[in-house]
Design a protein around this ligand. Structure first.
Ligand code: GGG
Length: 358
């Protein structure tokens, strides 16, 4: 198989982790006789510094002509510390999602048995947890009109959803639930928000097309609590952009660390694969970041963008094996971890490449 992959490292630890996502793809190509070619492009703070804009036209053009995109992270402390800055790294990420029509963000909460002890939750609560989040990605307050009054003392972000936006992601989530445990939980705030009432109404209608899937509707506040109280009750979780952003960070604690969670953004255009974590500037350039979320994002690319299930499994099996052998990055190292088994980004990346090799 011949494929053209665009790598967008982005900011902070993005370059360190995508190096290893790409290295694993190269090893898989060598093992299975595929031809993957690579281009690279700028996005985020690095793009602002180089070109004045967080998503240069050149990056968008390369993205549109590629078969899949491996992305790292965007963000920089400079913008977090100065909310008045108008041009921001995250705008690049939001724009590329919109431009490519990537409306569904799939975030599997993959819990490796060996990391049961690394989670902040009790192992008996976690065992058997397997959740697939569908976070809507091109609507909500992220894209609704933004306003600031002339005196700068009042601000608003419009929470907006259109029927078609809810319909298309709901169908994707139901299709996934159908081939899993046939349970779908739609999360909203329909007791308060009009946008959530539309969301619930549309999901109720789409549910009729999937009578074999059990549907539950839950308010976001309750879902946030149930996720840590009883995560095993969830199968597919369908939710809006903002709620999904927050809930999946919470859910990362089930998997042991943000450094373990991969994601796939799909829709009308080229698939986009990225860790759920951000640019983590505090540890950038120190060989401390966990590369496993980027490596698992590469596995999602193999499976979802290219339909290469065996190849994807070879990657997740290699991660599982490294963890079974006791290797950890510092974010997932428990009290009992032998200090000589705590690896840096490059050592863990290399370990996975070795284990992927046939
Ligand atoms: N790899 C994910 C990433 O870079 N996150 C930074 C961020 O600000 N993301 C906003 C969002 O995911 O909506």
């Amino acid at each position: 198989m011949t494929k053209n992959i665009l790598v967008i490292p982005g900011d902070g630890i993005g370059a360190e982790v995508t190096t290893w996502g790409k290295a694993v793809l190269e090893q898989i190509a060598a093992d299975f006789g595929h031809e993957f070619s690579y281009e690279e492009a700028l996005m985020g703070h690095v793009a602002i510094e180089a070109t004045g804009t967080p998503l240069p036209d050149e990056t968008l053009e390369k993205a549109k002509r590629s078969d899949a995109i491996l992305f790292g992270a965007v963000g920089h402390a400079k913008y977090d510390n100065d909310p008045t800055l108008k041009v921001r790294p995250e705008q690049g990420l939001l724009k590329i999602r919109k431009e490519l029509g990537l409306y569904a963000n799939l975030r599997p909460i993959l819990l490796f048995d060996e990391l049961l002890g690394a989670s902040s939750l009790k192992p008996e609560i976690l065992k058997g947890t397997d959740i697939l989040f569908f976070r809507e990605l091109t609507g909500d307050v992220y894209f609704g009109e933004k306003n600031r009054s002339e005196d700068r003392n009042t601000a608003s972000d419009l929470m907006i959803y259109h029927r078609y936006e809810v319909e298309r992601i709901a169908r994707k989530a139901y299709e996934a639930a159908r081939v899993r445990r046939k349970k779908l939980c739609s999360v909203d705030k329909a007791n308060v928000l009009e946008a959530s009432r539309l969301w619930r109404e549309v999901v109720q209608e789409i549910a009729k097309e999937y009578p074999d899937v059990e549907t539950e509707h839950m308010f976001i506040d309750n879902a946030a609590m149930q996720l840590v109280k009883n995560p095993g009750k969830f199968d597919v979780v369908l939710t809006a952009n903002l709620f999904g952003d927050i809930l999946t960070d919470e859910a990362s604690q089930i998997a042991g660390s943000m450094g373990m969670l991969a994601s796939a953004s799909v829709g009308d255009g080229t698939g986009f694969f990225e860790p759920i974590h951000g640019s983590a500037h505090d540890i950038a350039g120190q060989n401390k970041a966990n590369p496993l979320a980027s490596i698992l994002s590469a596995a999602l690319m193999l499976e979802i963008a290219f339909g290469l299930k065996e190849e994807a499994k070879q990657v997740t099996d290699a991660v599982d094996k490294a963890l079974k052998l006791g290797f950890r990055t510092s974010d997932i190292a428990g009290n009992g971890t032998d200090p000589s088994d705590i690896l840096g980004t490059n050592e863990m990346g290399n370990k996975i490449v070795e284990l992927v090799k046939r």
